[in-house]
Ligand binder design. Structure first.
Ligand SMILES: Cc1cc2nc3c(=O)[nH]c(=O)nc-3n(C[C@H](O)[C@H](O)[C@H](O)COP(=O)(O)OP(=O)(O)OC[C@H]3O[C@@H](n4cnc5c(N)ncnc54)[C@H](O)[C@@H]3O)c2cc1C
Length: 386
């Protein structure tokens, strides 16, 4: 529904929509049913087409465009095929942004071109079995040794876990308690002591692998430290970009559910007339549009304010919370209006609904976003442990 999407990025949005529909939509169901990730050659194709470096500087092979442009592309891919959109999301709004904003020039030159071309992928590993919402309770330890660190610990729910070539790992780099001891370093596939758990069997996200990432005395050289201990606050400021990418995945799910429902209720007839002729169906459709548009405007506002820089955390949490909850509700209403057909795999509505739940947990739950919203609003921290 491009009529609702006027954000100044119509040209690249139209290109992304066409590629997504022609190339990636036909493989979406198969990737979901067989729980297969996007084939590597398809990721490279996304790189060749320039979709993986939109929000990265030109000197590393990117386009140097504003974040909003990358979000427009993520949305168009995610409407058709979330495993393909995930690659665009991860490259443009994921850990590569931490490298771009907080890494050294040498690190940017080492890692960004490969990610932008689609040759390599980088996943982010924060969560642990006993540290989810309470991320600063993490225990993964990077012990200083000659020339680098020895890494011990387990990360959980890592999207692209096992598939990604590199992992931006948040870990304790010093003995300082809580957030103060946490920094981040890059672990590369193939390093001795790195292994992966079994692929998780998630409700949704089925074309996006998820696994534990296990570090058993992995030696990480000093030059792979991106953020030293004590700069956790900076890490989470940059993580706002990922949260906007996440919100956009939810927006796409809501918009796709709405678009399909608009078509369906005009075709499907009951009691001798199209469903759209019933007033309660009109009201439900209006409710869906209200929610999608509210999420869209909050995302657009946060992205527009960010430009090519960092978004405002309050605007991001407002957008993520709204979009995540909208996607769950709107895809649920879409399923309701599709009747039995909505409950089949064939129509793709149940897939939208399953994926909506995943995006709402990943990147911090709506409850945690609400806590963040009030914290930012009042300019004070609420100690969850007190
Ligand atoms: C599909 C998917 C993809 C993911 N991808 C990644 C990834 O790539 N990298 C990564 O590091 N992690 C990833 N995660 C992990 C994700 O970040 C965590 O699952 C999330 O932060 C919640 O943590 P948890 O699952 O441990 O739940 P918990 O923290 O145990 O929370 C359980 C419930 O308690 C509520 N709760 C917790 N604390 C409070 C509080 N103080 N006040 C009120 N309510 C509270 C939560 O809102 C939630 O409803 C992913 C998760 C999913 C589902």
């Amino acid at each position: 529904m491009t009529a609702y999407s006027a954000d100044g990025h119509e040209e690249i949005r139209a290109l992304a929509a066409r590629v997504a529909e022609e190339v990636y939509a036909p493989m979406a169901e198969d990737l979901d049913v067989h729980r297969r990730p996007l084939p590597v050659q398809e990721r490279r194709r996304l790189g060749e087409l320039g979709f993986l470096g939109i929000a990265h500087p030109e000197r590393y092979g990117g386009s140097g465009a504003p974040l909003a442009e990358a979000l427009a592309v993520i949305e168009e891919f995610a409407k058709q095929c979330r495993p393909a959109a995930f690659q665009v999301f991860e490259a443009n709004t994921g850990p590569a942004q931490v490298i771009g904003h907080l890494g050294t020039e040498e690190q940017r030159e080492r890692w960004l071109p490969g990610i932008i071309s689609g040759e390599k992928t980088m996943a982010v590993a924060i969560s642990e079995p006993d540290a989810g919402s309470a991320a600063t309770d993490m225990r993964t330890l990077a012990k200083p040794v000659d020339g680098g660190y020895l890494l011990e610990g387990t990360k959980r729910w890592i999207s692209n876990g096992g598939e990604a070539d590199q992992y931006l790992v948040y870990a304790r780099l010093s003995d300082a308690p809580g957030a103060k001891g946490i920094g981040a370093l890059v672990v590369e596939k193939g390093m001795a002591g790195l292994s992966f758990g079994q692929q998780e069997r998630l409700m949704g996200f089925r074309g996006i692998p998820s696994a534990d990432v296990i570090f058993d005395g992995v030696f990480v050289p000093e030059e792979n430290v991106v953020v030293p201990a004590g700069d956790f606050g900076k890490l989470f400021t940059v993580f706002s970009i990922e949260r906007l990418g996440n919100a956009t995945m939810s927006l796409a799910i809501g918009q796709a559910a709405l678009d399909r429902t608009i078509a369906y209720v005009q075709e499907r007839e009951q009691f001798g007339k199209p469903l759209i002729e019933f007033q309660s169906v009109q009201v439900t459709l209006a409710d869906m549009l209200l929610q999608v548009e509210a999420a869209r405007l909050l995302i657009q506002r946060a992205a527009a304010a960010a430009g090519t820089g960092l978004p405002d955390p309050l605007q991001v949490s407002l957008a993520k919370c709204t979009a995540n909850e909208m996607a769950k509700r709107v895809s649920d209403l879409a399923m309701q209006l599709h009747g039995g057909n909505g409950y089949t795999e064939e129509y793709g509505i149940e897939r939208l609904h399953r994926d909506a739940h995943g995006w709402a947990i990943a990147g911090g739950t709506p409850t945690m976003q609400r806590i963040r919203i009030v914290s930012e609003l009042l300019g004070r921290r609420f100690d969850q442990r007190a």
